[in-house]
Each structure stands twice: as structure tokens, then as C-alpha cells.
Design a protein around this ligand. Structure first.
Ligand code: SF4
Length: 152
């Protein structure tokens, strides 16, 4: 089973109330190979919601307690992001998932590159909070940008 960011399959869970539909990933779901999750909703955030970014650090620093996830207006939503990551891990472990395809650059789901915390569109190296927790627990994380040549 593959853990997949729900917004990539057309679920309107994105902060704006929209989605990031990718038809190749939706096909995996229709074939029964994917479980859909939205860590930000699982962490208790509403939809639509303000956009968030990780301030000072990455998913790793958020999980270790030194980093913060803030909304564009400055609300500290760190606890929601951590909760969403652990709920996602619980789902992944329950279905014995070894692989995830998550939305690139998101403060929850991004893997390798994320937005830099300035809400300017600039990026930095690092993982989102959920991607980091899944990787730490032995789950291989891809994004919609690099999953295609893999054989699921
Ligand atoms: S938290 Fe992940 S699944 Fe939810 S909307 Fe953001 S990128 Fe998509």
C-alpha cells in the first residue's frame, strides 16, 4: 500500500480549498494501491486555512522541538503539524506501507525541498514535518515530481 497526499488525488484539502490533482497518482488510487491522507486536516486544521511555512529550520527541527510552523498571519500551528504527522504515521504503519507519494514543497508533505518560511515563494533544502517522520520510520518518500519511473 502507498500513502498518498489526498490533494494529489483531487481531494479539496489544500489550504485554499482546492486540490493538486495528478491523474497518474489518481490511477494508483483507483487501482486500490493507495491510501489518501491529508496531514494538515488530520492535525485538526480547517479547510480552507491560511497557508503555513516552517520558520527557522525544517521538518526535522519541528519534530525535535526547535522549529515552528507558522501561518502567513503569524499563528503558531506547530502542534497541529506534529499531530498530523503522527496520525499519518499511524495510518502508514496500520496498513504496512513502505512507500509514500507526497505533495512537493509543502510544510507537511514536501520532501527534499520546502518553502523557506518567508511566504515569498523561495525554497530551502529539507523535508516537511510528515515527510520527515515517515522517512525516520523507514518509509520511502517520493513526490509527484519524481515518482514516475518507480514500479509500484
Ligand atoms: S497537507 Fe499534504 S495532503 Fe494536505 S493539502 Fe497539504 S500537501 Fe496536500
Amino acid at each position: 500500500m502507498i500513502i498518498v497526499s489526498a490533494c494529489l488525488c483531487g481531494v479539496n484539502c489544500k489550504y485554499s480549498g482546492g486540490n493538486n490533482l495528478n491523474n497518474d497518482i489518481l490511477k494508483l488510487f483507483k487501482e486500490g494501491k493507495a491510501i489518501l491522507v491529508c496531514p494538515e486536516q488530520l492535525g485538526g486544521l480547517e479547510t480552507p486555512r491560511e497557508p503555513h511555512e516552517i520558520l527557522q529550520g525544517t521538518g526535522e527541527s519541528v519534530l525535535s522541538g526547535t522549529g515552528k510552523v507558522i501561518s502567513k498571519k503569524g499563528k503558531n500551528s506547530t502542534d497541529n503539524f506534529v499531530k498530523g504527522a503522527y496520525e499519518t504515521l499511524k495510518i502508514a504503519q496500520s496498513c504496512n506501507a513502505k512507500v509514500a507519494i507526497l505533495k512537493a514543497k509543502s510544510p507537511s508533505c514536501g520532501c527534499g525541498i520546502i518553502y523557506d518560511g518567508t511566504f515569498s515563494g523561495n525554497k530551502k533544502e529539507g523535508n516537511g514535518v510528515t515527510a520527515e517522520l515517515l522517512i525516520k520510520n523507514g518509509i520511502k518518500v517520493y513526490t509527484e515530481e519524481n515518482f514516475k519511473d518507480k514500479n509500484f
